[in-house]
Design a protein. Structure first.
Length: 120
């Protein structure tokens, strides 16, 4: 992110010159905007990867149907504006969540497990 800040600083300093004979900024606003977008995307992906590590650490119950634990993943609910990859660590449950919404999903059996049916 340092190159982006350097470009932004250089651009601001160059804008402060009132004399036309002064050197102009070598970075245009489009390049600065593109660099800011890249930095935002990188930051978003870093936050997503940190969150996925936390999701992976959630204790998983055994599936009551097939008995496996390694194929059981969390179900996350909520509106997804810009979906990021799930890496098989969770499934999306939709926008609405209720008190009786399923909490776990067995990828082997392809069945949603009610929250009250399995313990943590």
């Amino acid at each position: 992110m340092a190159p982006m800040l350097e470009k932004l600083k250089d651009h601001i300093e160059q804008q402060q010159f009132e004399d036309a004979d002064q050197p102009q900024s070598k970075y245009g606003l489009n390049e600065i905007a593109a660099e800011l977008d890249r930095a935002k995307q990188e930051d978003r992906m870093n936050k997503h990867m940190t969150w996925l590590k936390k999701v992976k650490a959630i204790p998983r119950p055994d599936c009551p149907k097939c008995g496996t634990k390694d194929q059981v993943v969390s179900i996350f609910y909520g509106l997804v504006r810009n979906p990021l990859p799930t890496y098989g660590l969770f499934v999306r449950g939709g926008c609405r969540v209720g008190l009786d919404s399923e909490r776990w999903y067995c990828q082997r059996c392809q069945v949603r497990l009610p929250a009250g049916e399995v313990g943590r």
